[in-house]
Design a protein around this ligand. Sequence first.
Ligand SMILES: [Zn+2]
Length: 479
Amino acid sequence: MGKTDGTSGTVNGSNGALDEGLDVLASVRFRRRRPWPIVLVCMVCVVALVAGGLTWMHVAYVAAQSDCESAISRRDSAVVVYRRALTKATSASSITADDVKDASVVTALGKAVSSGRLSSSQLGGGSPGCTGRVMPDRLRERARAADRSSARARSSARALASAAQKVIASRDAKTLSDAQSDLGTLVASANKLLDYSKGQVSDDATRTALSDAIARATLLVSEHSTASRSATSLASTCREQYTALEKAIADVSDSITDQSGVDCDKLKCIALTFDDGPDSSSDATIRDELERLKVKATFFMIGNTITSSDDSVIARDAKDGNLDGNHSWSHPNLTDLEADDVESQLVKTDRAITDAGGVLSGLVRPPYGSWNDTVRNQAAANGDAIILWNIDSEDWKNRDATTTTTRVVKSARAGSIVLMHSIYQSTADALPDIVNQLRAKGFTLVTVTQLLGGSPKPGWVYYGQHDMIHLGQTKQVEE
Ligand SMILES: [Zn+2]
């Protein structure tokens, strides 16, 4: 029992502890039931945090997207500016060192174009836009990339525009200085003509007009370009005044001729002659220039080069007062041929000229200036005088307008026959300067027939108005 009691006592003792434990348990249960609102609060907090976070992320995304779009828009504008500058610089690259006053600007532009050319990727080509499921960080990175492209494009555009502008300015300066230099040269010539023509013109108003044109030109020669008057505009005025001065010179020249008649014993006459045509566009240009400058000249044509397309050029010679001469059928050295062949060369060419609407002038120029008795006799039989020259422009050799002009003008003397060729553009280009400068030196430009007093004699060989060989003589005589 005692054991039981003891046990019981123990049990009783145990029951007390149990109750206590149950109480604790109950209190714990009670406590576990009570935290739910806290959990709820926590959950609300978490939801709020997540929602807040999402909202913040959305706001950040929208801001980054807007920055990105602005950066891309700036980049697109910069690329447009860059492309315009590149186009302008590339087009300015066609200006050569010869066209500018300072050749170094052309080299600098070449370098600027080669180093300033940006690749498509450098300009942001192929880069993603500002949309897509990406983090704001990525959008901001795209904005920074677009800004880097903008900076590169703007910097290149500035360098290209500046280099191109320097080339264009240098070209304009050269255009102006060339125009002023040309005008200055013509003024110097015109002043001589003004002195020379005193008392020699039929109409004194032409000299007054020349004097006025010289005065205007003289002012222009020393004028500088300003902000309100660009170099190109001033250059173009100089060119206009050049044309006006040319016309004034031509009018005085005409008036001198009117006054005296075309009497090459009294006037300082010179005859321009053109060989080897017609076979190129320069033949038409030369006739246009002669008409504009009111000058008559003599053309020695190769028969087998005359085609129906040359009819209009040849037919206008008679109307314009130019002479058509015979330069053989196929341009052989006539001294190598038998008499019959020489005759054939002359006759066939005469026929080709008349068939084309030309008028025969009774003038023949043997190719290479080569002649002998056979040639001379055949020419005489064909009713032709042999016309050689005493000034060779060497246009066939130099093919340069300035060299041709200088050579002719420096060698010119009264009674000269000048050899030129109508088949070179450089000769066509030289013609206005040759005419103006000869006129300014007091020369009257005439046809070969006018130079030779109206009646060159068949079979005679003429080198100039005063240098000739009579038929039957072998020595050159001065008359
Ligand atoms: Zn020839």
